[in-house]
Design a protein around this ligand. Structure first.
Ligand SMILES: [Zn+2]
Length: 100
């Protein structure tokens, strides 16, 4: 039964295209500026899988609250970095704020 469960899990994760987190990725400033240009409130980068993404204002506030970042520190000159994101893990992990 255990094997069957794992197969099911693999099938589900495979369906949403889970990315493998290798770590050691470096953020690309231009890509982070692109997500801002597309309307995101703040950019984010996952060092685990190398994915750049943008958060809405509400999304950014939720992340800030979870990781004890002061909302007034959320500006367009900054971006989130995270060790893991929802693409390569179950949730965002080790989120920090860095200057773009
Ligand atoms: Zn990731």
């Amino acid at each position: 039964m255990k094997t069957q469960g794992n197969e099911m899990k693999t099938a589900i994760l495979g369906a949403v295209g889970k990315v493998k987190a290798k770590g050691g990725h470096k953020p690309n400033k231009e890509k982070l500026q692109e997500v801002l240009a597309e309307g995101a409130s703040i950019g984010a980068f996952c060092t685990g899988c190398g994915f750049h993404q943008g958060f809405s204002k509400q999304g950014a506030m939720d992340i800030a609250e979870t990781f004890e970042i002061k909302p007034r520190e959320l500006t367009k000159e900054k971006f989130f970095t995270m060790a893991r994101c929802i693409l390569c893990d179950d949730d965002f992990k080790e989120v920090k704020l860095e200057v773009l």
